[in-house]
Design a protein around this ligand. Structure first.
Ligand SMILES: [Zn+2]
Ligand SMILES: [Zn+2]
Length: 261
């Protein structure tokens, strides 16, 4: 049996605490079991210790404990049916890195993934899926490189999110791709091929991310990929056709894949 294509794993799962995902925590687990997943990880949008800003897309610091307890309770309740890991999806925020490391230690998180949604910051930056200038690409890329060097993140979610509406894979876009891919290889960090993006691209009728030129280059340079659902609702665990398409594309571009973290 060829692991990764037949055995199913997913480490990119949200909960309703981020305000743009729907479903009870348990419904995500039940869907994953029904869809035949061996192991999943919850990686909801992390809290940040903001003092002057309230985010609309993440749990609050007060909700961390409830999130952790819910995931650990589900892990125990369904231990005979599926393995469940506790994770978070976090941006790279240099000043909060010590805080993040302390939270990881305190609550015994299994992993965090990098989902770098804003550069330079959530309240003063541009959303990475709305990047339109070379300078914004540069800012995104520099943060991703620093995140990779930090050793904190197990993989890079949607590394090519900066191509969501950026019009062409021009010299700026390609340079950023080369640097991100090279740093991922150097730090042995997988790059995520994101199924939510693939699904949205089909609905929108334009490529967005995953962006094929990025992945073609990643294959040529020798990067390692991981497929992530980025589940914001339980039924996303049934995206088997998208998942098969993702593995076919990665194979076509010559990427190595890993299925677990
Ligand atoms: Zn989200
Ligand atoms: Zn996500």
């Amino acid at each position: 049996m060829k692991k990764g294509e037949t055995m199913k794993y997913n480490y990119h799962t949200h909960t309703a605490r981020c305000h743009h995902a729907v479903g009870r925590d348990e419904e995500f687990v039940l869907a994953a079991i029904e869809a035949g997943y061996e192991e999943i990880g919850f990686s909801d949008h992390c809290a940040w210790p903001y003092t002057d800003f309230v985010s609309g897309m993440r749990m609050t610091e007060e909700e961390i404990e409830g999130y952790v307890n819910s995931v650990k309770a589900l892990r125990e309740k369904y231990k005979d049916k599926i393995k469940i890991k506790l994770g978070w999806e976090c941006e790279y925020v240099e000043e909060y890195l010590p805080w993040l490391k302390e939270i990881i230690r305190k609550y015994d998180f299994d992993y965090v993934i990098l989902g770098h949604h804003f550069s330079p910051s959530e309240n003063s930056g541009v959303y990475s899926g709305c990047i339109l200038t070379a300078q914004e690409i540069e800012n995104y890329k520099n943060d991703v490189l620093k995140a990779l060097e930090s050793g904190v993140y197990s993989y890079v979610a949607h590394p090519d999110i900066y191509m969501k509406i950026y019009p062409h894979f021009d010299e700026h876009a390609e340079k950023a791709a080369r640097e991100i891919i090279a740093k991922a290889i150097e730090t042995k960090t997988p790059l995520e091929y994101n199924l939510l993006g693939l699904s949205n691209g089909k609905k929108d009728g334009r490529e967005g991310y995953p962006y094929s030129a990025f992945w073609k280059l990643a294959g040529e340079m020798g990067a390692t990929a991981i497929v992530g659902i980025d589940a914001h609702f339980p039924d996303a665990f049934f995206w088997d056709e998208l998942r098969d398409e993702a593995f076919e594309t990665l194979k076509k571009y010559g990427l190595k894949t890993v299925s677990t973290i």
